[in-house]
Design a protein around this ligand. Structure first.
Ligand code: ZN
Length: 644
């Protein structure tokens, strides 16, 4: 199948959400064996959906059932305002894998009345069984938050997530796991409590209900196991087979030491093109940070994009030698990091529909320290975000003129990716501390200074002829697009993520503000803010001068880091990185609000069709992009549901 220009990246928009589609770029170039491997791993990724729904809140699955029954059976007026509100609510619940907002974890309050719900339920077969769900849906005081982190409250009793049986207190859970840790191996600690629900037994004591093939979530896990077993015959190498066998072993036993052995094998498997995550992974959904939500996804290496990061790391020493920092602060021998850029083939569990675009695993500290970790950036998701941002009016609103707009439309995406590569593969790894300097000398300013250092390294080299020579940038002038959008973001548009009256707090945002405001203050001949018809715009007067500015600041930031100059770090961050111009902030917020953009985005998966010949042998597997969000959700509820 060819990727033509008509691929539809943006789908529907409701509440604070927008659904996008991602293109599985290059799937058609894989061998049938690779496609079949991906197919079985994808099925395994989809089978964990209901585990996550149940982990998020114990009422999620019956509520989904009820809402989908109303959708199918409703006999009232489907044009009415309340019914439309019902549809929005259902889609929001689908998107969040439950009744709490996927990001804020606050309960989603429906836009329809209790009376509407009671009437609508009458059209549903056996509706009496759903009676108890009404207050859970309607009453804002019942289970108001999925993950409560408010200091001073009992975080378990006040959180709606389903990792601890009702009535278990935070103190009880903490004592239970403190005891487990006390008895375990302190050198190689397992991920205590990661794959179980904590429950109260008849005698009042606590015990773990473990998630495994003959335990809790057993039915879903058996389906996952079945597809992992099927995948084995199509693996690309012996190591992948070992990885899957260890994972199967873990799913059968629930043994956490086996889980560590599985993650170690997974980290060591680096030669195959196809990779996957399948299992209990991230702990953000548990207020105590122990219990892992289920997620699954499958990817394959984007050879072209990964070639880009490899090229940079192979030339790491050249970049180090030519950087504008003092020779004393340079590394005599420098190795770049080669990050893998991948194409996502399916998203499942806690990575669906809302997904991360970069993933670094495993989470076990001792495994990371001893065996390392694997990092990926998911190129086709980033690409979908970029495409969705085109024509949403954002650049038209904030970019100064048509010429600059054309420059950004042409080169901004490529240069932004390249800037990220330079930042990750070279920037963080460059430079060295002087002997005897404490790596934590910059204390609270350390992470902002470190991000600024990596960003400046990237900005400086983005304009270097070396990148044209390495065939990484389309043409010598392309860097201007990144210079403009970077500074526009640092001076103005990143303020849309800050509440009125607040200051800049997050380290990456502080670093961008720092670079932009420092440049504005020291190089008025390079950039300035101007007013046009009551609106503020960034004007770049000289791009080459900008590069000099970045070189000067990079040299200073590297000096601060290498010497551990806390006072200079503090002055730089506090003067340029923290404060918000109240007037510009208000203006930017107002202009952004008028664009009516969705703050959160998620993805619809492709649908894989398996083609057979007359003898039932698989002849090809083809991704389709024709399902609506509603169709996909109903299909998943139909085909991947369990009675667990
Ligand atoms: Zn960074």
């Amino acid at each position: 199948m060819k990727t033509d220009r008509k691929f539809q990246y943006t789908e529907e928009r409701f509440a604070d959400l927008q659904l996008l589609r991602y293109n599985v770029e290059g799937f058609e170039t894989l061998s049938l064996r690779q496609k079949t491997y991906i197919y079985h791993l994808s099925e395994a990724a989809l089978w964990g959906r209901d585990i996550l729904w149940h982990q998020n809140c114990r009422y999620n699955l019956p509520i989904r059932h009820l809402l989908e029954e109303i959708l199918q059976n409703y006999k009232g007026d489907r044009q009415s305002e309340e019914y439309q509100q019902f549809i929005v609510y259902l889609k929001r619940v689908w998107f969040s894998n439950g009744i709490h907002h996927h990001y804020s974890t606050e309960k989603i309050l429906p836009g329809f009345s209790e009376q509407f719900l009671r009437e609508a339920m009458k059209d549903v077969p056996d509706h009496e069984q759903y009676e108890a769900l009404i207050p859970v849906i309607i009453d804002p005081t019942v289970m108001p938050k999925r993950v409560n982190q408010a200091d001073g409250e009992d975080l378990i009793l006040t959180s709606a997530c389903n990792y601890y049986e009702e009535g278990i207190t935070q103190q009880e859970a903490e004592d239970f796991y403190a005891r487990q840790k006390g008895e375990g191996n302190p050198e190689e600690p397992i991920m205590y409590g990661m794959n179980s629900q904590l429950v109260r037994q008849e005698d009042g004591s606590l015990a773990e209900r473990v998630w495994k093939s003959d335990g809790m979530y057993g039915e879903a896990i058996c389906h996952i196991v079945e597809h992992l077993e099927a995948a084995i015959s199509y693996a690309e190498n012996e190591k992948q087979i070992e990885v899957i066998r260890l994972l199967l072993d873990f799913y059968h036993t629930g043994d956490l030491a086996t889980f560590d052995r599985y993650t170690i094998a997974w980290v060591q498997e680096t030669t195959g093109r196809i990779d996957f995550i399948n299992g209990f992974t991230e702990v953000y959904g548990d207020p105590l940070g122990l219990k892992a939500s289920w997620e699954g996804y499958v990817n394959f290496t984007d050879l072209k994009a990964t070639g880009r990061t490899e090229k940079l790391s192979q030339n790491a020493q050249w970049f180090e030698d030519h950087s504008p920092v003092d020779a004393r602060f340079k590394k005599p021998s420098c190795q770049g990091v080669s990050a893998r850029v991948v194409v996502a083939a399916i998203l499942g569990g806690d990575l669906y529909p809302s997904s991360a675009i970069g993933i670094n695993l495993p989470n076990s500290n001792w495994v990371r320290a001893t065996h390392g970790s694997k990092s990926v950036t998911i190129g086709n998701l980033t690409h979908a975000y970029d495409e969705a941002a085109k024509g949403n009016g954002f650049r038209q609103e904030f970019v100064i003129d048509a010429q600059t707009l054309a420059l950004l439309d042409q080169h901004a995406d490529v240069c932004d990716d390249l800037h990220t590569d330079l930042h990750e593969c070279l920037g963080h790894g460059s430079g060295r501390l002087l002997p005897g300097v404490d790596p934590d000398a910059l204390k609270a300013y350390g992470s902002t200074i470190e991000e600024a250092r990596a960003d400046l390294f990237g900005l400086y080299y983005l304009a270097d002829p070396k990148l044209v020579e390495l065939d990484l940038t389309p043409k010598a002038e392309a860097y201007k697009a990144q210079y403009y959008s970077y500074l526009m973001n640092g001076l103005m548009t990143q303020l849309v993520r800050i509440e009125p009256g607040c200051q800049v707090e997050e380290a990456h945002m502080r670093n961008r503000a720092l670079i932009a405001h420092w440049t504005q203050a020291h190089y008025p001949e390079a950039i300035r803010l101007i007013q046009r018809e009551g609106k503020t715009y960034l004007e770049v007067l000289s791009y080459p001068t900008l590069r000099n500015a970045f070189a000067t600041l990079l040299a200073e930031v590297q000096r601060i880091k290498s010497e551990g100059d806390y006072e200079a770090a503090k002055a730089l961050v506090e003067t340029y990185g923290v404060k918000v111009d109240v007037q510009i902030h208000a203006e930017v917020l107002a202009r952004y609000k008028r664009l009516n953009l969705a703050p959160y985005k998620g993805f619809i998966n492709p649908r894989y069709e398996v083609l057979h010949n007359a003898d039932g042998v698989i002849t090809d597997i083809v991704p389709h992009y024709d399902e609506s969000f509603t169709e996909q959700m109903l299909r998943y509820s139909r085909d991947y549901s369990t009675n667990d």
